[in-house]
Design a protein around this ligand. Structure first.
Ligand code: HEM
Length: 505
């Protein structure tokens, strides 16, 4: 009896092993055929000191982030190993690239071949759960569809709500020659606008006298995002490294969000008492309310809302802070901006006027080029696929991408590549945008089906804020002698903020 059982089990194990071996042989034949068919060549290889897990590279990345030199490291790597090279990230094979054609393939033409990757999902799971940012395939399509109505043009082009909060900001800023760090104020503006537009109830941090209002929450958000990034970097070790402070921050944030959601729902439920003043706000699609029509599950509400909050607040504030850091040192550009708003004679722009402010938009794009908010991004291949460029000695041959490979793109390095942008790629020169066309070498909002859903909202928010500040202050003087230094947070913002003196018009 025992012997028969043993024979049966041994047969099963041998059968399974043979079956797996056969699958491997079939896969490797298919790979060899694909490599031949598309004339793929291997990209340059990163010279790892640790060829098994690539830990040397992980350690270097962590050190560079701490030294605020991630951008310099990225540029140096592509200069040294070429525009596409292979490396290791723990057990995962990685192909890094700054070839616009490859970026287009990953994000658009071969979109279905890639996922956002299990590493990112695991790293952000405690904070964001299974929100739009965290899922692929049908689940992602469902989330994206849910969000769509709130990002329709008539919604995001409505400047009324924006104006309430930008006006509050302008009134709050000192004009008596006192120094102010705009890097402290922009996150309050973007938090107020985001909660007003998407939660239907603003946290009104600008309406509160104390600068410390919400500071604990904002700090918890920053720390938790840093924690997620750390988890991403240490990969599998995240499961064993104790992260008590990270989980404490996550709890703080979730408690705050739950409380805010309840308040927003209560205020929505009492909509019969809407005053006329609130009518414009109530006529908008409010994401929280739309979402509630579909689900009452508080965890789903929190995951999606927190994702919108994080995706919107720090990113938009970072763009403004980075831009004002530069503008404060460039009175020539400030004057050109002043010239562009002059025809408004102090009046507030409507959406058509806003979108015709070419020079304002050039400045924002130039800021996003030189100081992108996401310095890099990646996708993981769901199945064997091909990158169109990067192989061979001249980097021009297609590259075979095996299932499970991570394709990383160095956004900061690509945005500053001299071969893509010209010799003045390191300079802040808004005029360049007069000759630039839409292309895959500029991806501050990603691209393809998964392009940032808030792009138009963010551009309206930042352009409107810029226009109104340019109208309100005739000069802006930097109080910082140094160069722009990268911040170490997920949304890359000026480490030293934007310390300025403003003079009213
Ligand atoms: C200037 C500010 C912003 C920048 C630079 C930015 C950048 C990005 C980038 C690079 C992605 C792609 C992430 C990825 O898939 O790996 C993304 C996705 C996303 N962004 Fe933005 N974003 C900004 C503002 C906003 C705003 C204002 C909102 C919402 C109000 C928003 C909501 C989202 C959402 C929900 C996604 C996920 C989309 C999806 O996976 O389908 N973003 N953003």
């Amino acid at each position: 009896m025992f012997f028969h059982l043993f024979r049966y089990l041994a047969g099963c194990i041998i059968g399974a092993t043979l079956y797996l071996a056969l699958l491997r042989v079939i896969a490797s034949i298919a790979r060899r055929n694909a490599v031949q068919k598309y004339r793929c060549q291997a990209p340059a290889a990163y010279p790892h000191k640790d060829p098994f897990f690539g830990l040397d590279s992980v350690r270097d990345a962590i050190c560079a982030a701490k030294a605020r030199s991630s951008i310099a490291r990225q540029i140096h790597q592509y200069a040294q190993y070429g525009s596409t090279f292979s490396s290791k990230f723990f057990t995962t094979p990685v192909i890094s690239t700054i070839e616009p054609e490859n970026v287009k393939a990953v994000l658009s033409t071969h979109f279905e071949d890639y996922s956002v990757g299990s590493r990112r999902k695991e790293a952000f799971f405690p904070l964001l759960g299974r929100s739009i940012f965290q899922v692929d395939g049908p689940q992602w399509k469902h989330s994206r569809h849910l969000l769509q109505s709130c990002f329709a043009r008539d919604q995001v082009d409505d400047l009324q709500v924006l104006d309430v909060h930008v006006s509050k900001l302008i009134n709050a800023l000192p004009t008596n020659g006192a120094m102010v760090d705009l890097g402290d104020w922009f996150p309050r503006l973007t938090a107020d606008v985001t909660t007003a537009c998407f939660f239907g109830h603003t946290i009104d941090s600008l309406g509160n006298d104390s600068l410390s209002f919400g500071a604990e929450f904002v700090k918890a958000i920053h720390d938790a995002q840093d924690g997620c990034e750390e988890r991403w970097k240490i990969g599998v070790f995240a499961k064993v490294v104790p992260q008590r402070e990270f989980y404490r921050n996550v709890k703080r944030i979730h408690d705050f969000m739950d409380q805010h959601i309840e308040t927003a729902i209560a205020s929505f439920n009492s909509s019969s008492r809407i005053s006329k003043d609130n009518k414009a706000q109530q006529d908008r699609h409010v994401f929280l309310h739309d979402l509630r029509e579909v689900t009452d599950d508080r965890q789903v509400l929190r995951d999606e809302l927190l994702t919108i909050f994080i995706a919107s607040v720090d990113t938009s504030a970072a763009v403004l802070t980075n831009l004002f850091f530069v503008l404060a040192k460039r009175p020539d550009i400030w004057q050109l901006l002043r010239n562009e708003v002059a025809p408004l004679s102090g009046g507030k722009p409507d959406i058509d006027q806003l979108q015709s402010m070419r020079y304002h938009q050039y400045c924002l794009k130039e800021s996003l080029r030189l100081h992108p908010i996401a310095l890099s991004n990646s996708r993981t291949a769901y199945k064997d696929t091909i990158l169109p460029r990067g192989g061979g000695a001249d980097y021009q041959s297609p590259v075979f991408v095996a299932k499970g490979t991570m394709v990383a793109f160095g956004i900061a390095a690509m945005h500053r590549s001299k071969s893509l942008w010209g010799e003045d790629a390191d300079e802040f020169r808004p005029e360049r945008w007069g000759n630039e066309k839409q292309s895959w070498k500029f991806i501050p909002f990603n691209g393809g089906p998964r392009v940032c859903i808030g792009e138009r909202f963010a551009m309206n928010l930042t352009t409107y804020t810029l226009v109104r500040l340019v109208q309100s202050f005739h000069s802006l003087e930097s109080q910082d002698d140094g160069d722009w230094v990268e911040g170490a947070h997920l949304a890359c913002t000026s480490h030293n903020g934007a310390k300025v003196i403003l003079r009213a018009s």
